[in-house]
Design a binder for this molecule. Structure first.
Ligand code: AHR
Length: 498
């Protein structure tokens, strides 16, 4: 590998380490909020969960959905809790008690040092509900909705900066799903009204639900032609699974993510040219993760329960490796991907799991997310990688070495994130870092396991990193030993002169 200070991709927008909380399963009730839990604070939020979220340094959390937002009445979730309606939640066939809503979530986000990224309902509702919610959240006072917020006990506006214009509106499963033309028109008119209410907000236009949608990427092209003037970002969503139990192929799926991102960038830039715009639309990868382990269990759940255990994927070691690779992909595209949300944060396809009334623990995927979020801040550098390659069921020329590089100028730290996809062999990485004079090794963290299917449970953490990675620097060369099937973080810092 060659890593040079001058091979800059971009300053990384820290919001690429965002996450997502939907009113779905036990994400909110039993996850964030459990007033009867011994660890609950005065507002009913679990302090043990907040601590793990804070450790992850999650800069932004998308809310309240997801599919759920497309039939959500935000008014149900504000005001006195005793008067809030219990509703049939149609996206996931549950009962929503509305004991947590906009204000409580904004309060929770503040407690974990995060920002809210709010989605509006463009499924069953539209311009009116969206502009009223924005007035309720961001207008200082003296109007109907801002005064209603004050009456509800929140004197200061929440000042929510980033707003999603609906969710997965191309999906046939979406309540109030739309054609590209229908969505484009509605999103444009909603965006126009919202930017009048608060011109300082940023808007995310809805992209395809995933790269395999039959309408991708025409959906992006058609909808952006409508929304280009007001949108700042377009959304991408993608989940992967090891459906065929083929680890080599599974670990290569981040190549599909690279390709997806590249295709969306091309489509945005085509519409930029077509509309003669000077503005560049950036990408909000606001749902990404592994999701497939829980699919069968979910089919067996009885409908109309309050907070049932939905989408509770138990992640294994190989899932953590793929998550690490997906994070490389975000960093490598940080010139255009400015927001990304791991979906989701607690219990529902999540790095953090809880037991109602009991413990909290870290899933395997917590670790690559944690290290990349905490140490992946600064400038993304483009590594030149010469790696042996392999072919898998879906991909050709898959490099065994996948890597992303972050240079934190303020801290004088160089961080090499690296995955060895080889199922049997160690990779010896020789990295030319001559432009980083006097940099010395701080730590080499390794996530490895002999069993790709190893999982963490409430009582046993089988997959966790160790700090005994073998690396050293000599004369402008970093030598690193990447064990077979491993995710690594090698952190270097400029020698302190006495
Ligand atoms: O994150 C789970 C679901 O996945 C979301 O509700 C939806 O937007 C996506 O299909």
């Amino acid at each position: 590998m060659i890593v040079d200070k001058d091979f800059t991709i971009s300053d990384i927008d820290e919001r690429i380490y965002g996450s997502f909380i939907e009113h779905l399963g036990r994400a909110v009730y039993g996850g964030l909020y459990e007033p009867d839990h011994p660890q609950a604070d005065e507002s009913g939020f679990r302090k043990d969960v907040m601590e793990l979220v804070e450790n992850l340094q999650v800069p932004i959390v998308r809310y309240p959905g997801g599919n759920m937002v497309s039939a959500y009445n935000w008014e149900d979730g504000v005001g006195p809790k005793s008067e809030r309606p219990r509703r049939l939640e149609l996206a996931w066939s549950t009962i929503e008690t509305n004991q947590v809503g906009t204000n409580e979530f904004a309060e929770w986000a503040k407690k974990v040092n995060s920002e809210v990224m709010m989605a509006v309902n463009l499924g069953t509702r539209g311009i009116d509900a969206a502009r009223n919610l924005l007035e309720y959240c961001n207008h200082p006072g003296g109007t109907f909705y801002s005064d209603l917020r004050k009456k509800h006990g929140y004197d200061q506006p929440h000042n929510i900066k980033t707003w999603c214009l609906g969710n997965e509106m191309d999906g046939p499963w979406q309540l109030g799903g739309k054609t590209a033309e229908e969505y484009g028109r509605l999103a444009y008119e909603t965006a126009k009204a919202m930017k009048i209410v608060d011109p300082s907000i940023e808007l995310v236009s809805c992209g395809s639900s995933h790269a395999k949608m039959p309408t991708f990427p025409q959906w992006e092209a058609t909808t952006l032609e409508h929304t280009y003037e007001f949108a700042d970002y377009i959304s991408l969503h993608q989940y992967y699974g090891n459906h065929d139990n083929d680890t080599a192929n599974y670990l290569a799926k981040s190549l599909d993510m690279d390709n997806f991102i590249q295709s969306v960038i091309s489509t945005c830039d085509y519409i930029k040219a077509k509309t003669r715009s000077k503005k560049t639309i950036n990408l909000s990868f606001d749902e990404w993760n592994v999701w497939f382990h829980s699919t069968d269990a979910d089919k067996k759940l009885e409908p109309w329960q309050v907070a049932p255990p939905q989408l509770e994927d138990v992640y294994n070691f190989e899932d953590a490796l793929l998550v690490g690779n997906m994070l490389h992909s975000m960093i490598k595209h940080s010139d255009r991907v400015k927001i990304a949300c791991m979906a989701q944060l607690v219990n529902v396809i999540a790095p953090i799991m809880t037991e109602n009334g009991g413990k909290v623990w870290k899933q395997t995927i917590y670790y690559p997310y944690y290290y990349t979020s905490v140490y992946g801040r600064g400038k993304a550098l483009k590594p030149i990688i010469h790696s042996p390659k392999y072919d898998s069921a879906e991909f050709t020329d898959v490099p065994y070495l996948d890597s992303s590089i972050v240079y934190n100028e303020a801290k004088e730290e160089l961080v090499v994130f690296a995955t060895n996809r080889h199922l049997e062999n160690t990779l010896l990485v020789e990295c030319d870092i001559r432009s980083f004079e006097e940099f010395e090794l701080l730590e080499h963290v390794v996530l490895e396991n002999d069993d790709p299917k190893a999982v963490n449970t409430r009582d046993q953490e089988n997959v966790k990193p160790h700090h005994n990675g073998e690396s050293y620097t000599d004369n402008g060369i970093l030598q690193g030993v990447l064990p077979r099937m491993s995710w690594n973080m090698i952190r270097l810092r400029k020698k302190k002169t006495q």
